[in-house]
Design a protein around this ligand. Structure first.
Ligand SMILES: [Fe+2]
Length: 158
């Protein structure tokens, strides 16, 4: 809690931001394990490209988990770290048994959609309390993810 006294954000006002960040963290953690599954199990003509691409994406997603968890700590709360909790609050659901190029790409795009809606929500709430650092984190994620989504959509086009 002491960190908040120094960074000058209000203890009560940060609560809605933290609640959304916890959900974003849960989404990110589930998405990470889904992407690892795609990296391992992918089959088909685009194997080499997608095997590598899924690794690149899960590395980015993994970095996000750490940044979001540390932001929650800076805002005076404890980040959730159990998968049993993540499963309860994550909007992204666990995926098994997907291995086709198209179906894994579609699933990845669906997950990015959920993630970006959540990030926009966090951005809006953080903006209201002038939490510029959280706002900047979200806009960095959105910039990177919108570009990734554009490339994944282009990959799916015939
Ligand atoms: Fe690998």
């Amino acid at each position: 809690m002491r960190t908040l006294d120094y960074i000058g954000l209000n203890k009560k006002e940060v609560v809605p931001v933290v609640e959304e960040l916890q959900k974003l963290l849960a989404d990110v953690q589930i998405f990470y394990t889904n992407l690892r599954g795609f990296h391992w199990n992918i089959k088909g003509k685009q194997f080499f490209m997608l095997h590598e691409k899924y690794e690149e994406i899960y590395d980015q997603i993994n970095d996000m988990a750490d940044e979001i968890a540390e932001r929650i700590l800076m805002l005076g709360h404890t980040p959730l770290n159990n998968y049993s909790d993540y499963i309860k609050i994550s909007e992204i659901k666990e995926i098994s048994d997907l291995s086709g190029c198209e179906e894994t790409l579609e699933s990845t795009l669906d997950a990015f959609k959920i993630l970006m809606l959540r990030e926009r929500k966090v951005l809006e709430l953080a903006g209201k309390i002038e939490d510029e650092v959280t706002v900047a984190m979200m806009s960095d994620y959105l910039r990177e993810q919108e570009k990734t989504v554009w490339m994944l959509v282009a990959t799916l086009e015939k």
